[in-house]
Design a protein around this ligand. Structure first.
Ligand code: AGP
Length: 369
């Protein structure tokens, strides 16, 4: 096991650090930025279906559901296809409306999650086309899907999903860009620009990982918190949900993720000097609005940890701590902002002496309903 951990203390940390190369592996053979081409067999072979689809329905659970939520923002923004993101466990039991013009994207690291598998069987029985985004090759969901794309993240051992999440977002982003180009919803120069930006992501993730030592010092300060709030807007709202889930599952600290603007509709009542609030406040993503959310937290004496774009000054002036990530196109920021949140939950859990790789009550793949 020590050998498999490759010198890291835990599988989770190893997998966090593998993300630059895992994303590179997801690109391999698909992203040809210099030639301005995205090649994805599962899309090319079924292009007509994708172009004629009325909508995409994403079904998934847990972290994979969060990746689906990020993809909703990306598909709608770039490819202008309506997207609905469903918890597989809700979708399958509520007699959903599914037609032959729907494309169901099932996202699953393990490819064995019982509810997701059942949801795609239901969708297929109603005539929908099912596209699987899985990590485990030959898994049940991969086999049951009509077509698909593997994430190629490599084995993920830590129960808390990390590299599976970022590689899922990477596959879904490639899909959205390919479809946007085919539909003509983005110009060829924008397409070219996006591919170049995408190709830079592994290097930027590497840069984001450099915050590790600083994040560890923040973990020391907040490890005894009883509650934490995570806020983000737009593309980064699902990252807030994912950050909260990571903290809950490995440190057993209660955490909630919220769209930042929803704070004033309830959660703001929780804020006092005991409450750490992690706010994703990267430039471009409704930045000014997030800054005003931060002011609201500050005036209620909440402790603010800002995830900001390199060189940011405004949030620095307000927050108790800021963690910088490299600048990038807005739709790609979730691949960067998620890194310090993974590290924060990891270090808090380690400091609390928790079993990081195998948290209590959790299984790596949930094969029961
Ligand atoms: C993530 O950290 C969780 N352990 C969990 O939410 C997981 O993402 C979920 O069970 C879905 O698993 P899957 O991707 O293998 O389908």
């Amino acid at each position: 096991e020590q050998i498999e951990k490759g010198g890291y203390e835990h599988f989770m940390l190893k997998e966090i650090y593998e993300q630059p190369s895992a994303i590179q592996d997801t690109f391999r053979g698909r992203l040809l930025a210099n030639e301005a081409i995205i090649k994805m067999a599962g899309i090319e072979d079924n292009m007509k279906k994708f172009l004629n689809a009325d909508r995409i329905i994403v079904v998934a659970c847990g972290t994979s559901w969060h990746a689906g939520l990020v993809s909703e923002y990306i598909f709608e923004d770039l490819a202008r296809i309506p997207v609905e993101v469903e918890y597989a466990s809700e979708f399958r039991y509520r007699n959903p409306i599914i037609t032959e013009k729907d494309i169901v994207i099932a996202i699953s690291q393990s490819g064995e999650t019982a509810d997701t598998l059942a949801a795609i069987k239901l969708a297929k029985s109603k005539g929908a086309f099912v596209f699987g985004v899985c990590n485990v090759v030959g898994s049940s969901i991969a086999r049951e899907s009509d077509a698909g794309a593997y994430t190629h993240a490599g084995p993920e051992i830590g129960v808390a999903s990390t590299k599976a999440f970022t590689t899922q977002i990477t596959v879904l982003t490639l899909m959205a860009l390919r479809l946007a180009r085919a539909k003509g919803t983005i110009s060829s120069s924008d397409f070219r620009h996006h591919l170049i930006e995408l190709e830079l992501i592994p290097e930027k993730v590497k840069k984001a990982l450099e915050s590790d030592a600083y994040v560890k010092t923040i973990a020391e300060i907040y490890k005894d918190a009883k509650n934490c709030l995570y806020l983000g807007r737009g593309f980064n709202f699902p990252v807030a949900l994912e950050g909260a889930l990571k903290l809950k599952e490995i440190s057993y600290i209660h955490a909630e993720g919220y769209p930042a603007a929803e704070m004033k509709h309830g959660p703001i009542a929780l804020i006092d000097e005991q409450m750490p609030v992690i706010v994703i406040a990267t430039k471009k993503g409704h930045y000014e609005k997030v800054v005003s959310n931060i002011q609201e937290i500050k005036s209620r004496k909440g402790k603010i940890i800002g995830i900001v774009t390199e060189g940011d000054e405004s949030v620095k002036g307000l927050a108790d701590h800021v963690i910088e990530v490299p600048e990038s196109s807005e739709f790609l920021t979730p691949l960067l902002t998620t890194i310090p949140l993974q590290l924060l939950s990891y270090h808090i859990a380690v400091k609390l002496g928790k079993n990081v790789d195998q948290p209590r009550n959790l299984a790596k793949s949930v094969t029961v309903e």
